[in-house]
Every structure is written in C-alpha cells, then in structure tokens.
Design a protein around this ligand. Structure first.
Ligand code: GDP
Length: 295
C-alpha cells in the first residue's frame, strides 16, 4: 500500500535525519521534497501546499522546545499532519435505527456489492447483528446474482424482486420485510454507472429520500486517484453522505484519495477494503494509516 509515497517521504526525511540541528534551509529543502512526494501521490496541490506550510512553521517554531533530533521532530510533525488530514480519529457507523438502514452508493465497479457483503459479514461476526442484504440494481441481473452468491457464502439473507424495476419500492419493501423477519440492519446495494450521470444521481436521490437511511456510505475505488475525489464531491452534493469506503487499497494505489477526500468533502473515511475476500475489510484508523505511510 502506498509504496511509492512511502519511499519518497522516506527520502525526503532522510536528509534532515543526518543533520545536527534544524535550520531554515534544511527545513525548506525537506518541506519541498515532502510537497513533491504528496503531489506525486495525487494529493491535491493546494492541500499539499497548506500541509507543508504548517509542517514548516511547526518545525521552526518547535525546534527550541524539544529534545528530539531534527529527523525525529520532522517525522513526528509530518505524522501528526497526516493524521489530521485523514480526519483524526476512527468514526464508526450509526446503527441506531430499528432497523438501521445503510445505503451503499458509488460508481459501477467501485466495489459496492463486494463491500455490501463484507459489511454484512462484519456486522454479523463482530457486532452480533442479523443483517439483510438488498439488491437494488435493476439494470444488471448479474449484480443481483453476485449479491445472492455472496449472501450464500456468508450465510446472510438477500432480498430481491427481480420483476420490480423501481429501486425505491424494492428498498422500501425490503425494510418492511426486515421488520417482519427480525433483521436489525438493512444494507441496500444500489446501481452505479461507469461515470457520473444525471439519471443515476436522480435515482439514488429518490431512493435516499424514500428510505431515509440511518447511514449513507459512498464507496470509491482508491486506484482512481483525483477522479475518486471528484466523484466523492458529486455524490456528496447529491446525498450529503455520512462516510466514505475506500476500496482496492491492496492494489498499487498512490494514496492521493485517502489523503485528500476528507478535506475536500469534510466526511470521514470509515472503512477500507483491501481485497476481494469477504474478510478483507478494516475500519479506517487515520493514526495507523499515517504510521504505515511513514514506514
Ligand atoms: P460494484 O459494481 O460497485 O458493485 O463493484 P463490485 O463489488 O462488483 O467490484 C468490482 C470488482 O472489484 C470485482 O471484481 C471485485 O471482486 C473487485 N473488488 C472489490 N473490492 C476490492 C478490493 O478491495 N480489492 C480488490 N483487489 N478488488 C476488489
């Protein structure tokens, strides 16, 4: 994960590690390298610039107050800034509804269906919940089939209405079914398109207004870099979602999406997905991610 960013930050911090003390010149050099590493990793330029400005100010300001070596001090400052950029603390999902309704939104191929299965599995295994999965992709029979296969694999009921072409009505019927059958969480997997379009946004908006979810999660493929951030912005404008799920972090992703989304949409990353298997799901901890990025 983030190998290239790790290498570049390591190199950026390497020079200052050998120095006896912090000076304006060596801080300026290091900060420039850090900014370049972040921009190369697809972090939005302004965010990278603001972050490195804060790093520079802190490094020069704190130098006299600390017994840390220049290398340790810079690493700590960069670490703290990365944590802040990614949202500070872990934020869980709201399961206060009766039943709780979780709406899953995102583009086709982002990993929605896989994540829906993983979330159901996680809630069943770790939170002793009895989730219901709902297939609302009325355009692709294969997507319904995929959810059924996943449901079978993890022992979770999947609600489908193959003749019904109205996703809002399917979702509403599923919530009624959940109430009658003692399911405490309803996970609604929706249809995505390959790119943002008005019809998709209107459809998901209608589903959202109809079922009034307890939690709306936006799923995005981290490999798509800056596009991931733009897509997040569009979905957030339409749905005002509660959190982000970053998928495919097991691939050779540069990390820009993980580092930028929080600042751009002001919503927390709640989960990360790191593989195709049902177990490959983690809660997102900014602190742990920063540790990883800094090696
Ligand atoms: P959807 O169209 O948004 O429902 O996306 P899918 O859940 O069908 O996922 C699209 C493809 O990405 C499938 O082949 C999944 O197996 C794969 N996929 C989903 N999440 C991950 C992940 O975290 N890592 C990897 N490597 N593949 C994933």
């Amino acid at each position: 994960m983030f190998n290239s960013l790790q290498d570049k930050l390591d190199k950026a911090l390497h020079n200052i590690k050998g120095r006896g003390k912090i000076t304006e010149i060596n801080v300026a050099e290091t900060v420039k390298e850090i900014r370049r590493a972040l921009v190369d990793a697809d972090v939005n330029y302004k965010i990278a610039k603001d972050l490195t400005k804060r790093v520079q100010d802190k490094a020069l300001g704190q130098n006299v107050l600390t017994s840390l070596s220049p290398g340790q001090l810079m690493t700590k400052i960069v670490h703290d800034e990365l944590v802040e950029l990614m949202g500070g603390s872990q934020e869980g999902i709201n399961l206060s509804g009766k039943p709780s309704v979780v709406l899953i939104a995102g583009l086709q191929g982002s990993g929605k269906t896989t994540f829906s299965g993983k979330l159901a599995n996680y809630l069943k295994q770790k939170k002793a919940k009895n989730p219901l999965l709902v297939a609302c992709d009325v355009y692709r029979p294969a997507a319904i089939e995929q959810l059924k296969v996943l449901g079978k694999q993890i022992g979770i009921t999947v609600y489908t209405e193959e003749e019904n072409k109205n996703p809002s009505s399917i979702a509403q019927n599923a919530i009624n079914f959940a109430k009658e059958n003692k399911h405490d969480v309803v996970i609604v997997d929706t249809a995505g398109r390959l790119a943002i379009d008005e019809a998709m946004m209107n459809e998901i908006k209608t589903v959202h207004q109809t079922i009034k979810p307890t939690e709306t999660l936006f799923v995005v493929d981290s490999m798509t870099g800056q596009d991931a951030v733009n897509t997040a912005k569009s979905f957030n404008d339409t749905l005002n979602f509660d959190g982000v799920v970053l998928t495919k972090l097991d691939g050779d992703t540069r990390g820009g999406a993980a580092l930028t989304i929080r600042t751009v949409v002001e919503k927390p990353i709640k989960f990360i997905s790191t593989g195709e298997k049902m177990e490959a799901l983690d809660l997102f901890y900014p602190e742990r991610m920063a540790d990883r990025i800094l090696g």
